[in-house]
Design a protein around this ligand. Structure first.
Ligand code: ADP
Ligand code: SF4
Ligand code: MG
Length: 346
């Protein structure tokens, strides 16, 4: 499947964000290197924001912070502009945040009770949120499963009796049955075969269009991100280092780390081989709990100079919808004028 087949940008435009993480930092155990530092992300209705970066850079921690599940050292989570999580507590315990923000993960089977049918598991959130009639719960769960392509016959099976793709479809049904406004998707296709990945991405794209569902979509694969997302944020060593329109970021990355990520992606065609060569996180900007002064990517960066080693580059706008944290962002080469051709040699 090509990018064009699944990339359907929705005009999220300048609508107010549904869910925001503002200057979120998480330091597990209260000391040492922060897993994420001063991360700010905003999700608007109907928008899919991709979050990409190598393993261990802080993507899942960011997702958990936005779900109110990671311990914020500092920062806030806002739902429709209202604070729901701060660094010391979840201000709105469970219900509002849980109903509005749901999640799917890489390994759906692990989050299902192995002894229960898919139908029972998908119906469970209805019971928790007060639908008392068992017949009503069953009817709505079957309809939600049907919406994601799971038949009634398949719905009676248990998680280990269906394929990984079918299990992920059921996990999506369980996440959407309460009609959330935001779906946090943490590597939901990473464990699936490439052909199944394409089907799940298409399903997510359809669900966003039907319900103006906002999504945070996490992947280490820039090709998958470009296929589905409207905007992309690139994370390195716990910080957002670049954020832009998804296709602009793939075709004209400005941060040197994004350029390396992009060069590592073999193709934007998600039916191609997955990304296998990602640079390692070998240059965190905190060592032994001490914040290094300069850019966290300086030790690996081909463009690093003295300024980079001494002064931290803040995330700042390069243009209206393109931010980067770099003292010397790459300048994209101008696209050749249409119809132009190389001049003939004399
Ligand atoms: N529950 C935890 N306790 C302690 N450290 C953790 C925990 N979860 C993640 N980390 C650490 O935080 C950093 C970021 O992890 P994570 O957010 O899972 O990254 P990613 O999802 O990008 O692979 C890593 O160094 C990881 O080891
Ligand atoms: S600030 Fe300097 S070291 Fe960091 S990414 Fe930019 S050019 Fe490279
Ligand atoms: Mg992760």
């Amino acid at each position: 499947m090509s990018v064009a087949e699944v990339h359907e940008p929705v005009g999220a435009g300048t609508a107010a964000p549904v869910l925001e993480l503002v200057n979120g930092s998480v330091r597990y155990g209260g000391s040492g290197t922060p897993a994420i530092s001063n991360v700010s992300l905003a999700l608007r209705p109907g928008e899919i924001l991709g979050l990409v970066g190598e393993s261990g850079c802080g993507k899942s921690t960011t997702a958990r912070a936005m779900l109110g599940l990671a311990p914020l050292t500092s920062g806030r989570v806002l739902l429709h502009g209202t604070e729901v999580v701060t660094n010391d507590k979840r201000l709105t315990k469970d219900k509002r945040l849980r109903a509005a923000v749901q999640a799917i993960f890489q390994n759906p089977a692990a989050s299902f009770n192995p002894k229960r049918s898919l139908l029972d598991s998908v119906a469970e959130p209805l019971r928790v949120h007060g639908t008392n009639s068992a017949a009503e719960r069953r009817r709505r769960a079957l309809a939600e499963l049907d919406r994601v392509g799971i038949t009634a016959a398949m719905a009676s099976r248990r998680p280990h009796e269906v394929s990984g793709g079918q299990c992920q479809r059921a996990a999506i049904a369980r996440a959407t049955i309460l009609r959330p406004e935001v779906l946090v998707c943490d590597e939901p296709v990473s464990a699936l075969d490439v052909s199944i990945q394409a089907q799940i991405l298409e399903l997510l794209s359809e669900l966003r269009s039907e319900n103006r569902l906002a999504m945070l979509f996490i992947s280490h694969d820039l090709g998958v991100i470009a296929a589905l997302c409207d905007r992309t944020a690139v994370m390195y060593a716990g910080k957002i280092v670049e954020q832009a329109d998804a296709l602009e970021l793939v075709h004209a990355p400005r941060h040197p780390y994004s350029v390396i990520l992009q060069d590592s992606a073999p193709s934007l065609d998600i039916s191609a081989e997955p990304v296998t060569r990602l640079p390692s996180r070998s240059s965190p900007d905190v060592v032994d709990g001490r914040q290094l002064a300069g850019c966290g990517f300086a030790a690996l960066c081909p463009s690093a100079d003295d300024l980079c080693h001494t002064t931290h580059p803040p995330l700042a706008p390069l243009s209206q919808a393109h931010d980067t944290a770099c003292h010397h962002p790459y300048t994209p080469e101008p696209a050749p004028a249409e119809g132009s051709s190389r001049p003939a040699a004399d």
